[in-house]
Design a protein around this ligand. Structure first.
Ligand SMILES: NC(=O)c1ccc[n+]([C@@H]2O[C@H](COP(=O)([O-])OP(=O)(O)OC[C@H]3O[C@@H](n4cnc5c(N)ncnc54)[C@H](OP(=O)(O)O)[C@@H]3O)[C@@H](O)[C@H]2O)c1
Length: 305
């Protein structure tokens, strides 16, 4: 047991898709966990978690950082507002200020994958901006960049799952043939917990992904086959994905257009791992896409999907 495990871990964004799975994993690893949530009445914590209420935009959260050695930063405002970039910028600045005045030694941030720095979507640009802001703190920052995380409740995956499962025929923009490297939520959690006990990962940025590189078309086909025993017929229109109507995809999927529109905007850019160093620093048995997909279909417990 390394000295790190003697301290509490704080998780900011504990109620979200990733955070709600990370907290039990940290407890299982023997950590004391403090979860910062905006509304404690909407959070049912696993036994043993200390819950602190606070909002990073209101600067009333500093109390959650005392006696904490490492923090996970999983805050994202895309569900809240279409001006998510501004909110995420302010939240990150407030966190850096408070964390730099605390005893926090390490921060782990889960960011977005995307190799074409000059042509990032607004959503990815905002995720990278948060990386740069978090780097200004006095602690060591580890950034993990991921593409779509496969698990029920994951915004990007939900859109694909609803489309592939519900519709036998789909009309898609040309970005449907862009390559991406999804990762099973269990694998993402293993990387997130794993980096804490590997000092070489401190103060560095890594890319995480599953073993399969697939186009969005291939993902939809696999979802259709796994859920409906048929592959959807996908007709491609020669238009940029950003010109495709986020509101119509939102209607088709039931996912808010506030989430669909920025994600659609990034569909034309490949999101594939180019830096594989994490695989030797935190060796894990990566889950094939089809297995990750099956897990989301066959488990009713959202925490296990
Ligand atoms: N899901 C994916 O496929 C995926 C892929 C790549 C990277 N990531 C990254 O993983 C991280 C977490 O994503 P997620 O999918 O778990 O997002 P999520 O489900 O939308 O969760 C976002 C979390 O941020 C919290 N939050 C928002 N504004 C806050 C504020 N002002 N103060 C305190 N907490 C606030 C929310 O708390 P409330 O419950 O109070 O709303 C929620 O717990 C993000 O950095 C995202 O970019 C996700």
């Amino acid at each position: 047991m390394s000295a790190w495990l003697e301290y509490a871990r704080a998780s900011h964004g504990a109620t979200g898709f990733v955070g709600s799975r990370l907290v039990p994993a940290l407890l299982d690893d023997g950590h004391d966990v403090v979860a910062l949530v905006r509304d404690r009445h909407r959070y049912d914590p696993p036994a043993g978690v200390t819950v602190m209420q606070g909002d990073l935009l209101d600067e009333n959260f500093e109390h959650a950082l005392s006696d904490v050695a490492a923090a996970y930063y999983l805050v994202h405002s895309m569900r809240d507002s279409s001006s998510f970039a501004e909110r995420d910028r302010s939240a990150a600045r407030n966190f850096v200020r408070a964390a730099s005045e605390s005893d926090i030694e390490r921060v782990v941030y889960l960011s977005g994958l995307g190799s074409n720095e000059s042509r990032l979507s607004n959503h990815l640009r905002s995720r990278r901006e948060v990386e740069r802001i978090l780097k200004r703190g006095t602690y060591d920052l580890t950034t993990l960049r991921a593409a779509i995380i496969v698990g029920n409740g994951s915004a990007g995956y939900e859109i694909l799952r609803q489309l592939g499962e519900r519709y036998p025929v789909l009309i898609a923009p040309k970005g449907i043939d862009t390559r991406c490297q999804p990762i099973a939520v269990d694998d993402a959690i293993e990387y997130l917990t794993g980096v804490l006990s590997v000092p070489e990962t401190a103060d560095d940025t890594f890319e995480i992904g599953g073993p399969d590189v697939l186009t969005y078309r291939e993902i939809l086909i696999r979802i259709g086959r796994a859920t409906q025993h048929r592959a959807p017929i996908i007709v491609t229109l020669p238009v940029d994905s950003a010109l495709f109507s986020g509101r119509s995809v939102a209607l088709l999927t039931g996912v808010s257009h506030r989430i669909v529109t920025p994600l659609l905007d990034g569909l034309d850019d490949p999101v594939v791992v180019t830096d594989t160093r994490i695989q030797s620093l935190v060796p894990i048995d990566r889950t094939p896409f089809t297995m990750a997909l099956e897990r989301t279909i066959h488990s009713d417990d959202p925490q296990n999907q």
